[in-house]
Design a protein around this ligand. Structure first.
Ligand code: ZN
Length: 446
């Protein structure tokens, strides 16, 4: 190229444009991150979540996006925020983008940065309680909608954004009451997106079901006796035998994970939560006495695909058999089946178009997604799956250690921004899908 006057002018013009574009992009990015920080700074941590703060923030966001908003309290002081982006074809079932606003508590002194400051370190990590679970997702939905609106995208299906309280304490005053309400019925929801988990590698994870908690307490009784005497059928001996038996079962399930044959959510997990036995004395326990009662509690998590009949038999016949003077109760036992007796999970085969749409949309936005899994713990998603609604757990966080409920929970800025692109792609695909989205469900019922 000859450096004549014209070329120099052209080069400086192009440089100015590039610099301006870079500048605009950088300031746009910093606005996006700053909105995320503001949401992270709302003190919605248990045991006393300040829902007024989060509600004010979210309704301000909704107004700035011209979304219709409604705040509903199924239980006083526990608001659920429902935002609506009206589609052009109201006959089609709607899309529900679900998230919870509350977070678990954080022990401030165990964190490198204050858990509610949303500090961004030099590497770009955003530290905050809720950065992974799940204020990221709630805010990414909003940012994706902001961009789609900016491009004049028109949804065919109505898109609802739901911000619910109390997930971290069981969801009974939030998602459960909402899912059973008339308000919910009238939304004519066709598919629900809820939370997933971070993934340490480059693949996103998606969840089509979750394990149900069974909190089992087993109790043994037996004749008391002197601590020096060997005799059969003491309460402690009976309980001990059960614990050994349970331990063997636990190891067999864990081995499947260790061998890479099953994922965490696909096995029955069992962990001892408490042991209660012994005769108290002023200095601890009486040591020369074998007590007449002994109890142990276990947190069991059962995948929807498990053979629950055989597990129940195992509990009755091996872990707490009456032949060894034992009995059992459940402190909690959530069924893995719905009202009609079918296991509660969302199909990910060709009968469910929403799964294929999600997978393609993620790939189109440059993401990779792993084979769908069972969520190892509980989420609010179960309330919607129980109604027979396709519900997919998905939080787009790749290359990220799983830090939900942990100290120093963080999400990298670049992963957060990438997640917004992923949701733009998903919302576009979902809201444009004009076949009747409940096909999967009605086929099932035939
Ligand atoms: Zn969560």
């Amino acid at each position: 190229m000859v450096f004549n006057h014209q070329n120099i002018l052209l080069i400086s013009f192009l440089l100015t444009i590039t610099t301006t574009l870079t500048y605009v992009k950088a300031s746009e990015e910093s606005n996006i991150i700053s909105r995320f920080q503001q949401y992270l700074q709302t003190r919605t941590d248990h045991p006393t979540p300040n829902y007024t703060q989060s509600t004010n923030f979210l309704t301000t966001q909704a107004n700035s996006l011209s979304l219709q908003s409604q705040t509903i309290e199924f239980v006083s002081g526990k608001p659920l925020i429902l935002l609506k982006w009206t589609g052009t074809n109201s006959n089609l079932p709607s899309i529900m983008l679900y998230s919870h606003t509350d977070v678990v508590p954080a022990e401030h002194d165990k964190w490198d940065h204050h858990p509610f400051e949303a500090h961004v370190d030099d590497e770009g990590r955003i530290y905050a309680r809720g950065s992974q679970d799940m204020k990221c997702v709630g805010m990414q939905y909003l940012e994706a909608v902001r961009n789609l609106k900016g491009w004049d995208f028109q949804p065919k299906r109505t898109v609802y954004l739901v911000f619910a309280p109390d997930e971290e304490v069981g969801g009974h005053d939030g998602a459960e009451k909402f899912s059973l309400s008339k308000v919910f019925q009238e939304l004519n929801v066709g598919v629900v997106l809820d939370e997933g988990l971070a993934s340490p590698d480059e693949h996103y994870r998606a969840f089509y079901g979750e394990r149900s908690p069974w909190w089992l307490v087993i109790k043994a009784v037996g004749a008391p006796g002197h601590g020096s005497k060997l005799y059969d059928n003491s309460a402690m001996e009976n309980l001990w035998k059960s614990i050994e038996n349970i331990q063997r079962y636990r190891a067999s399930q864990f081995d499947l994970i260790k061998a890479g044959l099953k994922a965490d959510g696909d096995v029955v997990s069992i962990n001892m939560a408490f042991l209660k036995a012994g005769t108290p004395s002023p200095t601890g326990f009486v040591m020369n006495l074998q007590p007449s009662e002994a109890e142990a509690g276990f947190d069991i998590r059962v995948p929807p695909t498990a053979d629950t009949k055989s597990l129940e038999r195992r509990i009755a016949e091996e872990w707490a058999p009456t032949s060894r003077n034992m009995s059992f109760t459940f402190k909690e036992k959530i069924s893995v089946h719905d009202a009609s007796g079918k296991p509660v999970f969302t199909k990910t085969d060709s009968s469910n178009p929403w799964w294929a749409l999600l997978k393609n949309a993620v790939e189109e936005a440059g993401g990779k997604i792993r084979k769908p899994e069972v969520f190892p713990a509980s989420t609010d998603g179960r309330f919607f799956r129980n109604l027979g609604l396709p519900t997919i757990g998905f939080s787009p966080m790749a290359n990220t250690p799983i830090l939900l409920h942990d100290h120093n929970e963080y999400l990298h800025k670049s992963e957060y921004l990438k997640g917004i692109k992923i949701y733009e792609s998903i919302i576009k695909a979902y809201a444009s899908f004009d076949e009747h989205g409940r096909d999967a469900r009605s086929k099932d019922e035939l």
